[in-house]
Design a protein around this ligand. Sequence first.
Ligand code: LLP
Length: 421
Amino acid sequence: MDHFLYRDGALFAEDIPVADIAAAVGTPFYVYSTATLLRHFRLFDEALEGLDHLVCYAMKASSNQAILKTLAQAGAGMDVVSGGEYRRARAAGVPGEKIVFSGVGKTAAEVQLALEGGIRQFNVESEPEMQVINDTALAMGVVAPITIRVNPDVDAKTHAKIATGKSENKFGIPISRARDVYALAATLPGLEVIGIDVHIGSQLTELEPFEAAYVKVAELTEQLRADGHSIRRLDLGGGLGIPYARDNQAPPLPMDYGAMIKRTLGHLGCEIEIEPGRLIAGNAGLMVSEVIYVKSGEDRDFLIIDGAMNDLIRPAMYEAYHDIVPVIEPAPGVEPATYDIVGPVCETGDTFARQRQMPPVAAGDLVAFRSAGAYGAVMSSEYNSRPLIPEVLVNEDQFAVIRRRPTFDEMINRDSLPSWL
Ligand code: LLP
């Protein structure tokens, strides 16, 4: 459920007409709903009720300071994957003890930054990385809390570019070698082993792959405890999918996911962490764009809009489907039109949808991409010298620009000329 609904013939973001925001900030832009963000965070929090737990929002999904602060104030921790994300989380007021650090390539500088500012745990992805964390901690005279990310060799049944839990993926340590790696960790005085981490992929639409992975984690927990390790925290990653197309079967609900976690892992008495990103932010955001032209091709009509692949890369990169709706509510019973919906960028990949049926629109009309709140703005670029588009946050009947559109001069003046030019 989200808070972008038609009311009085027009699309609203909570209590604000989307067209009013467009008039204020220009198109294209992203708009997020506070109520939807909070609702999704709370669904996870409630799903884990009864377990000692922390929901660490995977901020890679959408990392604007205003979004982080909204979630942090509701009690969320953060899952970060770079020094930049760590800094953003701290700047939004998230205390170090609520930040977990994931990612396969943490540098010594990033480890040092997190040890100085405070960290809940590092999720270690390899032996060389473990050594770097140990050495950095020892040099600073501190002990680094770690889990080790295991790769359970489970098929997440999602797009290949976002599956992470098969043995051929770069992530984690093969679960078959986990006991040896935990034994090694126990010999390193700069580390305190506190648990196990697993994350098998993103946009999962079934619970079975999660369950298969978590059953393996439960077995490993018992084995590692028998080996003498204190396993008291399980980080279960993120990955629960969202319904992108409304006619598709909906992915499992957080409540069912939580019940499965309790069933497979509840008996271990561990603290549970999860790292959802997409389900919290995805349906909490729209990308709004204006139709520039309707162009008649030989055998099809093209809807040429002012948003492009640089603003929302998901369709070009993952063949992702986003529902695209007119901002003016279509009249009941109107015959749909069929369009190829494209941006102005000079490559064929700048296509959002092919042969998409939607209510007819005309030049100057606004259209909204649904489910654009996760992996939207954060993955945008200035390709074709198109300045990054603004982000707006709505809260009931208020809205605020939370990242403004840079001017063309700002974009150009980031370049500097060498002395010989
Ligand atoms: N934890 C770890 C270690 C991750 O790598 C990820 C996502 C998450 C949590 C959050 O997963 P989520 O709950 O959002 O599924 N750009 C792609 C998605 C990449 C996901 C990367 N890792 C897309 O637009 O579909």
